[in-house]
Design a protein around this ligand. Sequence first.
Ligand SMILES: Cc1ncc(COP(=O)(O)O)c(C=O)c1O
Length: 396
Amino acid sequence: MPSETLDRFLNENLQELKDQGLYNEIDPVEGANGPEITINGQKLINLSSNNYLGLATDERLKEVAQQAVDSHGVGAGAVRTINGTLDLHVKLEEKIAEFKGTESAIAYQSGFNCNMAAISAVMDKNDAILSDSLNHASIIDGCRLSKAKIIPYGHNDMEDLRQKAKEATESGQYNKVMVITDGVFSMDGDVAKLPEIVEIAEEFDLITYVDDAHGSGVLGKGAGTVKHFGLQDKIDFQMGTLSKAIGVVGGYVAGKQELVDWLKVRSRPFLFSTSLSPADVTASTKAIDILMESTELYDKMWENGNYLKEGLKGLGFNIGESETPITPCVIGDEKTTQQFSKRLNEEGVYAKAIVFPTVPRGTGRVRNMPTAAHTKEMLDNAIKIYEKVGKEMGVI
Ligand SMILES: Cc1ncc(COP(=O)(O)O)c(C=O)c1O
C-alpha cells in the first residue's frame, strides 16, 4: 500500500512550488536540440541550450558515432576498472589532456558525477573547501559528499577569498584547503578571476579546482578559461564537461598524472558506474579534434553572442555582468520571469525562465545562449520578439 506520508509530503510541496511560481514545467523537444526546435508542434528559435558550438547535431560527429556503434556496440559493458575501459576511452582521455595542456585526463559519465567523484576523492572531513557562492549545484554536492568544511566566499570577491584562505590556513584545523570555482558562471556569463585566485592559492598553499563546464569551447580559443589566462601549469583540477560546447555527454578532469592515477583508484563513479558509451566517446573525441583544428565555430559563436547581446542591451534589458556569449535578461520577480518566458514562447522564442533554486531568489532571469549554429535572421527575429514582449510587459 502506498505511503500516505509520502503522498501528503508530495502534494503539499508541489502545490507550494506552483503557488510561488517555482514549479518547472518540462517541455519535450520534438526532434534535435538545434538552433530552432519544435515543442508541441510549434517551431521556436532556441536560445536555451548549452550546445554552444552547434556540435550536438554536427554531421561529422554523427558519422563517427555511427561508426563506433558498428565497431564497438552501443554500450561499454562494464565499469572502467573491470573491463569497461575501451581503446576509445583511452583515446578520448589522451585527446582531452592534449587539448587542455595537461599531463593526463580522466573521463566520467557526466559533468555532475565528475564533480561528485573528483572532489570527494581528494578532500575529506579533516579538510576545508573555499567555494564561490555562485558555484554550480554539482560542486556544492561534491563538496558536501566529501564531508570537508565548506567555507563560501562572496561571488568573485577576492578580498573575501584572501581573508577566508588566511583564516582557514592559519587556524591549523585543516590538513588540506581547496579553492573551487566555476570558470564561467553559467547563469550570469561572468568569468572567475583566475589570476588572483592562483595568486591567493600560491600564498596559502591551496589546491585549485576550476569547473570549466561553460568555459570549455567558449574561452581560450576553445580550450577554456584556464588557457584563456595562460594558467595551465597553475591549476590542479581542470574539470569540464563533454555535454555543452562539445555537444555530447560526459565529464572530465585534466591535470597531473598522479592526480589522474589517484582518481582512477579512488573516485567512486569511475569504479562503480558503467563507463561512457562508444558513440559518446568517439563523438566527443571528434569534437575536440574539430576545435583543435579550427576556430571557425568558436569565432561564429562569439560573433552571434556579441550580436544578440548588443541587440538586447540596446533595447534596455538588464544583461548583468556577462563577459561571454551567455546573455541573461534579469527580470527579478519569479512569477514575472515565468510569464515573460511564456510570452516569448508564444511569440516564437524558446528562452527558459531560470528561477530559484538555480539562481538566488528575486533574481529570476531568462537565460539566452546564441550558438554558432544560429543565423543572423534567427537572432534578428528573436530581438524583435524580445522588444515586443518587453514593451508589452513593461520590462523595458
Ligand atoms: C558549472 C557546471 N558544472 C557541472 C555541470 C554538470 O555537467 P553535466 O551536464 O555534464 O552533468 C553543469 C551543468 O549544467 C554546470 O553548469
